[in-house]
Design a protein around this ligand. Structure first.
Ligand SMILES: CCCCCCCCCCCC(=O)SCCNC(=O)CCNC(=O)[C@H](O)C(C)(C)COP(=O)(O)OP(=O)(O)OC[C@H]1O[C@@H](n2cnc3c(N)ncnc32)[C@H](O)[C@@H]1OP(=O)(O)O
Length: 210
């Protein structure tokens, strides 16, 4: 495939991911007696038939075909992230900014697919957002890092349908331990805060040293 064709294909995949995001939003807003339910199920089945011969085996996407998950991985890992992956429809529209001063931030607005208590973001998703942005701040210190501990304070409701500003910074580093703090603001006020510990693995998985 030529460079130009690849670019057109990526634009189509991005558009498809956006449609799938809109579909997720529509699904949770459908009335149970919607008359188009049978046609919806049928059309989605045909879409899945279209994809059947083209989806990669899962082993190719996690990286490697061996038990230790070493070896090459197809596709961009970041594009498939459940929090900020542009090609992953369960990721809300999020554009991450990772800065040289060991900080990371983003803004996003979440719809009904992320609802916990009525009108509020699900607490588990609040923690996921913080984990992710804080992970990226920690990732400015070491390439391979894992969340070891995360404590979230839910100070106030995190609202749906309003812009949320999520930010994180490395608080201090103690040997291998990277301590990070993060927060979510809505209309300028802090609604959730977190602190956590990130650690590099003792050995980087084979094939992923770079
Ligand atoms: C740009 C690219 C971006 C890339 C950015 C990617 C962003 C995505 C972010 C997503 C983040 C994830 O989902 S990560 C996925 C979820 N997390 C995981 O799966 C991690 C599972 N856990 C592990 O694999 C392991 O526990 C490790 C690798 C994290 C650490 O193992 P370890 O090296 O054996 O270390 P361990 O003994 O557990 O602990 C090390 C030290 O920390 C201390 N320690 C442990 N917990 C605590 C605690 N709560 N408070 C104080 N200290 C603690 C221990 O006492 C010990 O101290 P001392 O005795 O040494 O002094």
């Amino acid at each position: 495939m030529s460079h130009a064709d690849q670019s057109v294909n990526r634009q189509s995949l991005l558009a498809a991911a956006d449609h799938a995001r809109a579909l997720l939003d529509a699904m949770v807003r459908l009335d149970e007696d919607t008359p188009v339910a049978p046609e919806l199920a049928q059309r989605l089945e045909s879409v899945l038939e279209l994809l059947a011969d083209h989806v990669q085996p899962v082993e190719a996407m996690v990286g490697g075909r061996t038990a230790d998950r070493s070896g090459p991985r197809k596709g961009s890992y970041r594009d498939r992230s459940p929090i900020s992956g542009v090609l992953n429809p369960i990721a809300p529209p999020v554009t991450l900014r990772v800065m040289d001063d060991h900080t990371a931030n983003t803004t996003t607005t979440l719809g009904l697919a992320y609802q916990g208590p009525p009108g509020r973001v699900h607490g588990g998703f609040v923690a996921s957002l913080l984990d992710h942005i804080m992970g990226y701040a920690a990732g400015t210190v070491g390439t391979w890092i894992f969340t070891r501990s995360l404590t979230v304070d839910y100070d106030h409701a995190v609202p749906l349908f309003e812009e949320l500003a999520i930010s994180a910074r490395v608080d201090h580093i103690d040997g291998r331990k990277i301590w990070v703090v993060g927060e979510i603001r809505a209309e300028g006020s802090v609604v959730a805060r977190a602190r956590g510990l990130w650690l590099p693995p003792r050995a980087v998985p084979k094939g992923n040293e770079g």
